[in-house]
Design a protein around this ligand. Structure first.
Ligand SMILES: Cc1cc2nc3c(=O)[nH]c(=O)nc-3n(C[C@H](O)[C@H](O)[C@H](O)COP(=O)(O)O)c2cc1C
Length: 407
């Protein structure tokens, strides 16, 4: 049913990442810089580790774009892993001479049989029958989120043509939260503040408090999770559908967001509170708008507790969605304080091994959430409005908006 889809390939320390985006209409302006902008946003944030200093992600198009415009064919994007030059022996796709002393030594250094709690290591090694756990962690690594951000940037570009924005801000890190009155909305001005904050948080004070909490965690060999709020503006009424379980927009968005590394919960609007409050405090009353006939609808909801989606469809209000990310599992601790784990080769108790790691990835996680949501919504717009060229898609969209104004 999807009109737009993407596939990714790439190991964390392999030669690079490959992304194919299929189904984009022709005629959409798309520059490598559009993608690089979002890749750079993912690399920021206070609490990141040394890897982000090595990688300066840049994309190259190898298909689907000509002279800065899509031509309707699959778009192929490549991102090189700079760190690969340090891993040429260990991660080489071609066979290496394992009899050579230097090669033997390098492979032994990076051979892993201990698994890290909280990662894919344990189940992945057993499921795929790997002796070297590296075969799991290289792909399960959140390096893969770089590819998602690249694909999402293509989605953002389509959404731009419809005047739709998908933006996030961090509302909680560990025990530090943005005051409730700042949540649930993100004006243009506030988003500028978010973009310039190390924590992607709109309040300078909360940003500082979050950073202090990260510093304390780093000293204690701890890691921190948090909550991101995602706000989508500009969508017309009726994106998604009530008619079948796999066409409901909240379900589709939740799946995409839940698939992101570290994401443990996704909620829309008042979320879990909807299970506690009585009906009159949960549902959003609807009224005729008194002004603004040039907008996309003549009606408005008096509140937005549903987070912009009712019956699996957009209702004309902003989509407001919260995403909880767990603390990253790799803890920078001495062996005696490391998390208890096992060695699959020795079949014995052991402790988690440490490989260079971040402390808090919540700000970067927000950029990944935006990317996944942008891609899903771009697909949803194409499903609703069709078209093989962007002009055709936009014409269909304009007709629909005219119709909505008449209802
Ligand atoms: C942007 C981003 C960066 C991450 N960096 C690290 C890291 O440096 N170290 C680590 O242990 N986990 C990191 N993670 C988290 C792991 O990838 C993730 O916890 C792990 O794959 C298992 O999570 P899951 O159970 O949600 O799949 C990162 C996650 C994201 C979203």
């Amino acid at each position: 049913m999807s009109k737009l889809r993407f596939l990714t390939a790439g190991e964390s320390h392999g030669p690079g990442l490959s992304i194919i985006v299929e189904g984009m209409p022709s005629g959409l302006e798309l520059l490598e810089e559009d993608i690089n902008h979002h890749l750079q946003r993912r690399q920021g944030g206070y609490g990141r580790g040394a890897r982000m200093k090595i990688e300066k992600d840049r994309v190259s198009f190898t298909a689907g774009v000509r002279h800065g415009f899509t031509i309707g064919s699959p778009i192929s994007l490549q991102i090189a892993n700079k760190d690969y030059e340090n891993w040429i022996v260990v991660m080489n796709p071609s066979p290496v001479n394992k009899q050579e002393e230097q090669v033997k030594e390098k492979l032994a250094q990076k051979y892993i049989t201990k698994v890290r709690p909280g990662h894919a290591d344990f189940a992945g090694a057993i499921k795929y029958r790997h002796e070297d756990v590296r075969n799991v962690l290289e792909r399960s690594s959140a390096r893969e989120t770089t590819s998602r951000v690249a694909a999402g940037a293509v989605g953002h570009k389509l959404l731009d043509s419809f005047g739709v924005t998908v933006r996030s801000h961090v509302i909680q890190v560990g025990s530090t939260s943005l005051p409730q009155e700042y949540c649930g909305r993100l004006s243009e001005e506030e988003f500028k503040e978010v973009e310039s904050s190390d924590m992607r948080c709109k309040s300078k004070l909360t940003t500082e408090l979050m950073k202090q909490e990260i510093d304390n965690s780093r000293k204690q060999g701890e890691s921190l999770g948090g909550i991101v709020e995602l706000i989508v503006s500009g969508l017309p009424i009726g994106i998604g559908s009530h008619v079948h379980w796999d066409r409901r927009l909240d379900g589709i968005l939740a799946q995409a967001l839940m698939s992101i590394h570290t994401v443990k919960a996704v909620s829309f609007g008042i979320g879990f509170e909807a299970g506690i409050l009585p009906g009159s405090q949960v549902h959003d009353e609807i009224q005729v708008k008194e002004e603004n006939i040039l907008e996309k609808s003549n009606y408005k909801h008096l509140t937005n507790r549903a987070g912009g989606i009712e019956g699996g469809m957009t209702n004309g209000e902003e989509i407001v969605c919260r995403i909880a990310l767990k603390p990253i599992p790799t803890l920078a601790r001495s062996e005696k304080d490391s998390l208890k784990s096992i060695d699959l080769y020795k079949k014995a108790n052991d402790v988690a091994f440490y490989e260079r790691s971040d402390v808090c990835v919540v700000p970067a996680g927000g950029v990944v959430c935006e990317a996944m949501a942008a891609f899903i919504l771009a697909d949803q717009l194409l499903q609703k409005f069709g078209g093989d060229s962007i002009d055709e898609t936009l014409n269909n969209y304009k007709n629909y908006i005219e119709y909505c104004r008449g209802r």
